[in-house]
Design a protein around this ligand. Structure first.
Ligand code: PAF
Length: 284
């Protein structure tokens, strides 16, 4: 497994490994857990050469968020990637990816990107799209395109990136990986590491709240807005500070049309437990 820091070094490594074929690519911010590794294994057969990036992207953090304390676990990440069959790690330093202030940015469609996560984390998807476009330009575009794998755990991110690729007609296929969960049902996330033992035992309540909301929505008879309000109150009563718990259409994340069919919906939630903000979702 080759480790590259700069875009020229990455390109040389790609040329040496790919034999002219297209890469498969998994972008990450490191602190890799089993969910990331599942995406890497999924990506393995999707390209001639498998690239994983590790880069904690300052642009997608608000000033009060955890950019500085975001866990950086370089040695463990490399060991896991090597075992998973990764060919090239692209781990740029900040000066490699942002050699000067990034004044050109990708502004995603507000109808998709300023709701839910984007409402509570303004500018988040501008930061995500901008770095992902730069990573695509570094990793995939020199080979004329390829496949990038994103997890459904970050459901809205997946939808935003898909739309970006469509709108810019990028020669890139976006594949998605299912959310990996711990034995109790908690979605795997780097931020789970912030939870103390008591919070960790409690953390599955977010997934349970989404299951209950989805079941109630399927049962019908009560307006969705009322069900969402009840779900928020129930989670708050368990000691959480919820940002949103909501049912949306999968394809555009807008509130469902009357009579929307099962199999087209997704329940999404974000809530804070102590100082830790967790997100999760459930398709139904
Ligand atoms: O999902 C993530 O880890 C990040 O948002 C991504 C896609 C690597 C961009 O920084």
């Amino acid at each position: 497994m080759q480790i590259t820091r700069t875009i020229p070094d990455l390109r040389a490594a790609l040329a040496a490994h790919s034999g002219g074929g297209r890469p498969a690519f998994v972008p990450t911010m490191g602190n890799l857990h089993d969910g990331h590794i599942a995406l890497v294994r999924q990506a393995r057969p999707l390209g001639e050469v498998l690239v994983t990036s590790i880069f904690v992207n300052r642009l997608q953090f608000l000033p009060h968020e955890d950019f500085d304390s975001y866990p950086r676990t370089w040695d463990a990440d490399c060991a896991r990637l090597e075992a998973a069959g990764c060919d090239i790690v692209f781990a740029p330093r900040e000066r490699d990816l942002y050699p000067e202030p990034q004044t050109f940015k990708i502004q995603p469609d507000p109808a998709l990107a300023d709701i839910l996560e984007g409402h509570f984390r303004p500018g988040f998807f501008t930061g995500v799209c901008t770095v992902v476009m730069k990573l695509f330009a570094a990793v995939l575009l020199p080979s004329g395109g390829g496949t990038a794998v994103f997890g459904k755990k970050d459901y809205q991110q997946l939808m935003v990136i898909r739309r970006m690729v469509e709108q810019f007609a990028l020669p890139i296929t976006i594949a998605c990986g299912d959310t990996s969960r711990a034995g109790d049902g908690l979605a795997l996330s780097s931020r789970n590491g912030y939870l103390d033992a008591g919070q960790r035992a409690q953390a599955v309540q977010l997934a349970q709240a989404l299951q209950a909301l989805a079941q109630a929505a399927l049962a019908g008879g009560t307006p969705l807005a009322r069900l969402e309000e009840q779900a928020l109150q129930a989670l708050a009563a368990q000691g959480w500070a919820p940002d949103y718990l909501t049912v949306r259409q999968r394809h555009d994340l807008q509130p469902p049309q009357a009579g929307a069919a099962a199999g087209t919906l997704v329940a999404l939630g974000a809530a804070r437990l102590g100082g830790t903000r967790l997100i999760d979702n459930l398709e139904f």
